[in-house]
Design a binder for this molecule. Sequence first.
Ligand SMILES: Cc1cc2nc3c(=O)[nH]c(=O)nc-3n(C[C@H](O)[C@H](O)[C@H](O)COP(=O)(O)OP(=O)(O)OC[C@H]3O[C@@H](n4cnc5c(N)ncnc54)[C@H](O)[C@@H]3O)c2cc1C
Length: 406
Amino acid sequence: MSTLTKSTIEHVNEPKKQKVLILGGGFGGIKTALQLSSNNYDISLISDQSNFRYYPTLYKTATGGNQNASIIPLQEIFKDKPVDIILDSAKNLNRTNKSVTCASSKSYEYDILVVALGVYTNFFGIKGLEKYAYGIKTLDEASALRDHIHKQLVDDGQPDLNYVVIGGGASGVELAGALPGYIKHIMKRHGLKERSLNIELVEAAPRLVPRMSVRYSRLIARRLRKLGIKLYLKQTVQAETAEALTVSGQSIKSHCVIWTAGVTNHPFLKDNQFSLNDRGKAAVDEYLQAEDSIYVIGDNAETQYSGMAQTALHDAVYVADNLKRHSSGKTPKPYQAKKPVYVISVGPRWAAVSWGKFQFYGVLGWALRQAADLRAYHDLEPWWKASKHWMADSESQEVCSLCNPK
Ligand SMILES: Cc1cc2nc3c(=O)[nH]c(=O)nc-3n(C[C@H](O)[C@H](O)[C@H](O)COP(=O)(O)OP(=O)(O)OC[C@H]3O[C@@H](n4cnc5c(N)ncnc54)[C@H](O)[C@@H]3O)c2cc1C
C-alpha cells in the first residue's frame, strides 16, 4: 500500500495543466509557443524540421548571402523554455481522442490544438516545372540555386546567360533584383570575361506586386528595368524542359528558371476535413477557431492578410493572449486583422515601402527593411541572439562560401 507524502498531496491538488499542441515550427507556431511558455501550460510543438526558416532572406542566401540569416535552430530559440520540441510530421487528426498522429506513427494528445503548418509550392500542373525549375522556399532550394548559378559560370565554361524568374510577387521581384549583382560578383571574383546577362521576369498578372499601389508597382518595374531585367507581364508559363521555357507559345532558352509564382495550403487541412474556402484556406470564426479547441493561424487560415509573416506573428500573439484570458476567467476578445507593412527590396540599397497611408522608396526604404528584419528576428529571440542573425544578413556576397572556400 502506498503512503501519501506531503509532496504527493500537493501534486494531487495542483490543477492539471492544459495540453497545448502546436503544429508547425514556423512564424506562427514558434511565436505561439513562446507567448505561452511563461504560463502554466504543457506545451508541445511538432515540426518536420529542426530549423526555423526565415523566408524573407532566402533570396539573399540564393545569391551568395550568409545562410545563418535564413535559418535558426529550434533548439536555440527554445533553449531554457518549457516547450517540448517533437521532430515529426503531423498527419492525422483524431477529433474523438483529441490527438494528432505523426509520420512516425506516434500520437500526441491535446486540450488545445494550434495549426500553423504554412503552405506548399504549387506548380499548377505545368509540365516540367517541378522537375527543372529552381525554388527559394527552403534553404536546400536556395542553396541549390546558388550552387547552380556558380557552377554554370565557373566550372561549365560558356553557359547561356539567360535567367528567368517566374512570378512578379515580392519573392520574384526581390530575387530578380538581386541576381545581376550576384552574377557579376562571381564573374569578377573568378576573373571571367564579362558578358551580357539576360534576366527576365515573367508574370501572368498585368502588374507586379499587387499588394502595393499601382504607382508603386510601376516604380518597382522601372527600378527592375534599370537593373537590366526584362519584364514580361500578362504572360503565361506553359512548360519547361532542361534547356528552355515555353511562355505564351514562345520558347525562351534558359538553363536557370526560378519558380516563385504559386503556393497551395498545407494538405493536412484538406486531408483532415477542415472546412476550406475556394483558395483552400481554413474557415475560422472571430476567435480564429476552426472548431472547438482547434485554432488555425498564419498562412493556413482565411484571414484578411493571410500570407504574410507579420500576420502569422500577429495571429500567434492574439491566440496566446486569448488562451491566457480564458485561463484567468476573462472573456476572449474577437480577432482584429492588422494591415502589414509591405517592404520590397529591389537590388542594392533600395526598397519600396507601403506603410498605412505612407509610401516611400529608395535608401530610406532599404534602411526600414533592415530595421524590420532585426525586429522580426527579435520577435523570436532576445536582442543579442537576434542581432547575430541580423549581422549575418547584412554580410554581402563577399562571404559567398563558393567564391571564398575556406
Ligand atoms: C521566399 C519567401 C519570402 C517571404 N517574404 C516575406 C516578407 O518579406 N514579409 C512577410 O511578412 N512575409 C513574407 N513571406 C511570407 C511568410 O514567410 C509566411 O506568410 C509565413 O511564413 C507564414 O507563417 P506560418 O507560421 O503560417 O507558416 P510557416 O512559417 O511556413 O511555418 C510552417 C512550418 O510548419 C512546418 N511543417 C510543414 N508541414 C509539417 C508537418 N506535416 N508537420 C510538422 N511541421 C510541418 C514547416 O516546415 C514550417 O516550419 C515570404 C514567404 C516566402 C516563401
